[in-house]
Design a binder for this molecule. Structure first.
Ligand SMILES: Cc1cc2nc3c(=O)[nH]c(=O)nc-3n(C[C@H](O)[C@H](O)[C@H](O)COP(=O)(O)OP(=O)(O)OC[C@H]3O[C@@H](n4cnc5c(N)ncnc54)[C@H](O)[C@@H]3O)c2cc1C
Length: 452
């Protein structure tokens, strides 16, 4: 039955658009980077914004939910097709042009983040937001999640670079915001950034570029206590220093990375900071680390040689994932002064559980990715993870932090949303969703619990 409907749809799509119903060679489309999975009714690869409009109208007419997928690197389950959704892949919409006069990149939603960074560098410009997944993630996915990244401590997150958005609404209309539509009125840009595919389908994004920056000095600092590393993070920021990158890894996360690919400097460290700093700040950073009893410092001004050091960070997510049958990653963030308290709390949690719990993150922004690892997917271990996650989230909120520093809510965190937002605010968010998504067509069941 669906086949005949899809055949009809195929006729209205552009030549290179594709509809897949045999998923045997498309298993990766059943999940993102979480443990969530779902089977779609069909996968549709769009090539143009008109394709998207046709797919939306098709879903409306035949009552299919619609989930958009960029690269599927999401860490909150947002791109996982649930309830027989049509999975709309936008990865083939990858046209990019850069206007060097105005320093604006015009990207279709499926352009890979790294492509924007690389193409901008070729014309002496710079696109700073660099999620660790930047070699795979799409710019549309970054906007839909308001992605952060390593350099965001200095330069800001994706939101700070979005000048305009073109998008398809639930009724198949094309709308534009920001510089695509220079008129007064509501700031839809802000609304659509971080909306996780629940308000509109983004087709195009205009991005602010800045002048190319000089590479800073890389500093790797090891500590015998994770809390000393975390205290150094707070001290660096308190001293008014804003490094280009300020990453934290606890000892166990570092061990995972070291097992994945050996880096000698990491041996015996319980806490590590990986920093890219402007030359003028490096001595002060070193002194602050010494004040907190660091045990090892390596400074590498030559960026080509620093690459080995950055491997430890780049390998982390995959390395940690490989260490366990189940890995749940929570991406909490707290005010920077509370970062040492959070790190100490995670270390204490790890001591008092049979699970393996480790952490790393964009510490300069107060972000901490806490990983809960289990050897089996048994009921006992799953429940133990759940129990520890609730403890972590409660502590985060108590410290004035947030449940998601950058990965979004999606499926993974929706049941905890009430911990962060009061009921009036949650209600207001749902009302906005009801305006743009009145027929619950766009990514239903993401962000909000159905009964909330
Ligand atoms: C190894 C690794 C490292 C990571 N590091 C970081 C990091 O440093 N910082 C960070 O913020 N995140 C990080 N992430 C998470 C993830 O990469 C980001 O959330 C990224 O922005 C997702 O992009 P994507 O193209 O893969 O989106 P997807 O996973 O495909 O989708 C994510 C969400 O966006 C929606 N979406 C996608 N395209 C559109 C569109 N065109 N219109 C409307 N909605 C859309 C989807 O429906 C879904 O809800 C990491 C992930 C991995 C696996």
């Amino acid at each position: 039955m669906i086949q005949s409907k899809l055949l009809e749809l195929q006729k209205s799509l552009s030549e290179n658009a594709e509809i897949i119903t045999d998923f045997s060679t498309h298993q990766e489309y059943m999940h993102d980077a979480t443990i969530e999975t779902g089977i779609p009714s069909a996968i549709i690869f769009a090539q143009t914004e008109t394709d998207i409009q046709h797919v939306v109208l098709f879903c409306r007419q035949h009552s299919f939910p619609l989930t958009v997928r960029g690269a599927g690197t999401g860490l909150s389950g947002g791109a996982v097709p649930k309830d027989g959704a049509i999975l709309l892949s936008v990865e083939r919409m990858n046209y990019l042009t850069i206007d060097t006069d105005t320093k604006i990149a015009y990207a279709q939603t499926g352009v890979i983040t790294k492509t924007i960074i690389d193409e901008a560098l070729k014309v002496n410009l710079f696109y700073p937001p660099d999620p660790a997944s930047f070699a795979e993630s799409t710019i549309g996915g970054n906007v839909a999640e308001n992605a952060g990244g390593l350099k965001c401590v200095k330069y800001g997150v994706t939101r700070d670079y979005v000048l305009g958005i073109k998008a398809v609404t639930e009724d198949g209309k094309l709308i534009s915001t920001g510089i695509y539509n220079k008129k007064p009125g509501f700031n839809f840009n802000e609304l659509f950034i971080g909306s996780e595919g629940t308000l509109v389908i983004i087709t195009d994004i205009a991005l602010k570029l800045v002048a190319k920056q000089n590479q800073g000095e890389t500093i790797l600092i090891s500590f015998s206590k994770a809390s000393d590393a975390a205290q150094t993070v707070a001290d660096i920021r308190h001293a008014g220093i804003t490094p280009i990158v300020l990453e934290f890894l606890d000892g166990d996360a570092a061990d995972c990375s070291n097992q994945y690919e050996k880096i000698d400097s990491l041996v015996n460290a319980a806490g590590i900071l990986l920093i890219e700093s402007e030359q003028k700040d490096s001595d002060e950073i070193e002194q602050l680390a010494k004040n907190n009893k660091c045990i090892f410092i390596q400074r590498e001004p030559d960026s080509s040689k620093a690459d080995t050091l950055w491997k430890v960070r780049r390998n982390l997510s995959k390395a940690v994932k490989e260490m366990a049958k189940i890995r749940i990653n929570e991406d909490v963030a707290v005010p920077i002064s509370k970062f040492p308290v959070l790190v100490a709390f995670v270390a204490e949690m790890n001591k008092n559980t049979t699970l393996r719990i480790n952490s790393f993150g964009h510490a300069g922004d107060g972000n901490l990715h806490v990983n809960f690892l289990a050897k089996t997917d048994s009921k006992e271990e799953t429940e133990a993870i759940e129990e520890q996650i609730v403890k972590l989230l409660e502590k985060t909120i108590e410290l004035g932090g947030t449940l998601s520093g950058e990965h979004g809510i999606g499926l993974a965190k929706k049941k905890y949303l009430h911990m962060e937002f009061d009921s009036a605010t949650l209600e207001a968010m749902k009302k906005v969703n009801a305006v743009f998504n009145s027929s619950s067509l766009l990514n239903p069941g993401k962000i909000f619990q159905k009964q909330q």
